[in-house]
Design a protein around this ligand. Structure first.
Ligand code: PLP
Length: 362
């Protein structure tokens, strides 16, 4: 690794592609002859408008977003979307939720403030270690949408098959898998992702919403900023946006386009995750925490037989030059987040370290 950088397995904010960081550094003091840094620029200037427009156009190209979907850049990170989804989409006041872990639980708790929530499937019975069967959900006729967290960052599960929504709108939190593989946008009514997991700096969410779901008859209590229509009508420039995040994300979109797009990313991600899962499957000390069919390619939680040993591995990993391998405080154990920007060499180095640790402690 260049610049003395470390293999950082953080769940987010997380690693960004090195060439992108280098480009940002090169443009820091004077962005392309503008005489200023992007941080200092008016969001109403021509030069920023171009940065914004290119970012959207590149994202549309990357994901193949159809023309009848809006792309919105909204501040407040992921958590704000838990409320915005419910406030904007609960026309009949009924949201169906699949409960698969910490992040869907938060979405459920928030939605309950604005309407009726029906949990149509859950994996709570086995500590959220799998994705429940969603092929024949009991969905009420007046349901406004079916909500999933498509990759549970903390629990380490992912959907390899989308739920059968029986014609209802599918809403997906893709925060920790956004742009990790190709995505058939037309299968969704709304996709959202906080960008600090797999794309750029913290503080922004990207929302991809089908136009017919944007309403102008929202309840009066909905703040102006929390209405998707506000952002859609103003190209995400209703107020000062997170200019810096839009700029950095735009760079990552270009980088992904230049490096084979989402299919190439997915291929790399399958290979990277495979290296780690293959190790876990044969290890006598470390155990993966998730059912095989539902294992995330982005977040890999695993445990040793004891909490004390988990802590010892984390400490040893720091000494060996890795960072952020401690599992989330709500589940414990260890977790390696291996997003797009984690090089294959980083995963190989981790497996080498774990192999050595196991040898020395058996
Ligand atoms: C991190 C995360 C969030 C919350 O994002 P914040 O920007 O911290 O509010 C929501 N959903 C998922 C799946 C996440 O991984």
């Amino acid at each position: 690794m260049k610049y003395g950088r470390t293999y950082n397995f953080s769940a987010g904010p997380a690693m960004m592609p090195e060439p992108v960081l280098e480009e940002i550094a090169a443009e820091m003091m004077n962005y392309r002859g503008s005489g200023m840094c992007v941080m200092e620029m008016s969001h109403r200037s021509k030069v920023f408008q171009q940065i914004r427009d290119e970012a959207e156009a590149d994202l549309r190209k990357l994901m193949g977003i159809p023309g009848n979907y809006k792309v919105l850049f909204i501040q407040g990170g992921g958590t704000v979307q838990f409320a915005m989804v419910a406030m904007n989409l609960m026309k009949n006041g009924v949201g169906c939720y699949v409960e698969t872990g910490a992040w869907s639980k938060k979405a459920i708790a928030e939605a309950k403030k604005y309407g009726e929530v029906k949990i149509v499937a859950s994996s709570a019975d086995k500590n959220f270690s799998y994705i429940p069967d969603c092929s024949n959900l009991d969905i009420p006729d007046n349901a406004d949408y079916i909500y999933i967290c498509e990759n549970e960052t903390i629990n380490g599960t992912t959907y390899f098959q989308l739920p059968n929504t029986k014609g209802k709108v599918l809403v997906s939190d893709q925060s920790s898998m956004f742009l990790s593989r190709s995505c058939d946008v037309e299968k969704y009514g709304l996709i959202w992702g906080g960008v600090q997991k797999n794309v750029g700096p913290a503080g922004m969410a990207i929302v991809i919403i089908r136009e017919d779901l944007i309403r102008d008859d929202l309840p009066k209590f909905v703040p102006t900023y929390m209405s998707y229509k506000t952002h859609a009508d103003n190209d995400s420039l209703y107020n000062t946006p997170n200019c810096w995040a839009i700029y950095c994300c735009g760079k990552v979109f270009k980088y992904l386009l230049e490096n084979g797009g989402l299919e190439a990313m997915h291929k790399r991600n399958v290979e990277k995750a495979g290296i780690l899962y293959d190790f876990l499957d044969q290890s006598k000390l470390f155990t993966g925490a998730v059912r095989k069919e539902d294992r995330s390619l982005m977040n890999v939680p695993f445990v040793t037989p004891s909490k004390e040993q988990d802590a010892d591995v984390v400490a040893a990993s720091k000494e060996a030059g890795f960072d952020n391998l401690k599992g989330h405080k709500s589940v414990g154990g260890l977790r390696a987040s291996i997003y797009n920007a984690m090089p294959k060499e980083g995963v190989e180095a981790l497996v080498e370290f774990l192999t050595k640790y196991e040898k020395e402690h058996s």
